[in-house]
Design a protein around this ligand. Structure first.
Ligand SMILES: [Zn+2]
Length: 369
């Protein structure tokens, strides 16, 4: 299955974007019905074929990938298995990648992040602890400095946290690990990073909770770092810990400006089961769909699509995976659509917010499949 990689990322009106994406996702649905028997069985049994539009296409509960390892290509074509880190004691999600899917994930991730980072590669600082960063550096050597996918070695398993860093590491001209321990800056590494940047900007990347931990430590020690102008900080992983401490996105941004000297900050939302297909937050702080993904909010009781402003379960769709049937997944996250088009940031298309996970998620079965 071919996926054109020249679709405009955030420029199409929502109706045109949905029409183009729907055509491809219908083909992808057909592909997986034929190639993956259990997916075909669920799709045939539970979803009417006559209905039109993205919201009528079949979906799977995301936790199915914790229970099953489903594949839509011959086993010998697989090059990697991706596992989600999950919470302690929880089962890991497992998705399998062939060369085509892995390449597509990388190329679309590059297109997405280039929207805020631009095409040139900058020095990259990972706000991560050493063990994770060590794994990321291996991956950087494999993919090289360019975004072109080169020969991959067989990797039995990659965690979602590593995969997040690996994706962003494509943007690193050089790479520095910035934490000695959680919350503790390695000042020598920070200085090396600034030297590498010279007069130019940096890219910083980390998980939201790790970055917050660092900011709190800097605050406690009354220490301020100053990133170079135009530095972009990307973060992901959700707001759970920050919400627990009643930290708003505004105060998070404010703290980043004070303690890291960074004013360009972009959150992104994504999951291991749809690697490469991330929803980037715009300068207004809303997550946007791109040319290659989609979000639908569903009523958790009726599964009907909810209108903008109503909170429900988040369904994510991705045009990317052909090696496993993960193109349409009902997550365990709660969210709401802000609007289709007309975001003040200037990007077009649907934009949305996330409100955390449904309560007591571990007790919930996959009642919708
Ligand atoms: Zn926006």
């Amino acid at each position: 299955m071919n996926l054109p990689l020249d679709w405009p990322m955030y420029e199409s009106p929502e109706s045109a974007r949905q029409a183009r994406l729907c055509q491809h996702l219908r083909d992808l649905d057909e592909w997986h019905r034929t190639a993956c028997a259990p997916y075909g069985a669920i799709a045939r049994k539970q979803f009417a074929r006559s209905a039109e539009g993205l919201s009528a296409l079949p979906w799977l509960a995301v936790r199915l990938f914790k229970q099953h390892r489903w594949c839509s290509v011959p086993e010998q074509d697989l090059i990697r298995e991706l596992t989600s880190s999950g919470t302690t004691g929880a089962r890991l999600s497992r998705v399998v990648l062939d060369r085509d899917t892995a390449a597509r994930q990388q190329r679309v991730l590059v297109k997405t992040l280039e929207t805020v980072l631009g095409p040139s590669r900058r020095p990259l600082g990972l706000i991560e602890t050493p063990p994770v960063v060590a794994a990321v550096q291996v991956a950087t050597v494999q993919v090289g400095a360019s975004s072109k996918l080169v020969e991959e070695t067989r990797m039995p398993a990659t965690s979602a946290r590593q995969a997040g860093g690996q994706g962003v590491s494509l943007f690193g001209r050089t790479l520095e690990r910035l934490l000695k321990a959680p919350g503790e800056i390695d000042t020598a590494a920070w200085d090396r990073l600034l030297t590498q940047a010279g007069e130019g900007p940096l890219t910083l990347f980390g998980f939201t909770d790790q970055i917050w931990l660092l900011v709190k430590t800097l605050k406690k020690q009354n220490q301020r770092l100053q990133a170079s102008p135009q530095t972009v900080l990307l973060h992901t992983g959700g707001w759970k810990k920050l919400q627990d401490e009643a930290v708003s996105p505004e105060s998070f941004r404010e703290a980043l400006s004070v303690y890291l000297g960074v004013s360009r900050v972009h959150d992104f939302y994504g999951m291991a089961e749809q690697t490469g297909s991330v929803f980037l937050a715009c300068p207004e702080g809303h997550f946007h769909v791109s040319a290659y993904n989609h979000v639908i909010i569903r009523d958790p009781l009726t599964w009907k699509e909810l209108p903008p402003g109503k909170t429900g379960l988040v369904q994510v769709m991705s045009a990317l995976p052909t090696s496993y049937p993960g193109h349409s997944l009902l997550t365990e996250d709660l969210g709401y659509v802000v609007a289709d088009d007309h975001c003040a940031c200037g990007w077009r298309g649907r934009h949305f917010g996330i409100q955390g996970r449904i309560p007591a998620v571990e007790n919930r079965g996959c009642s919708n499949v």
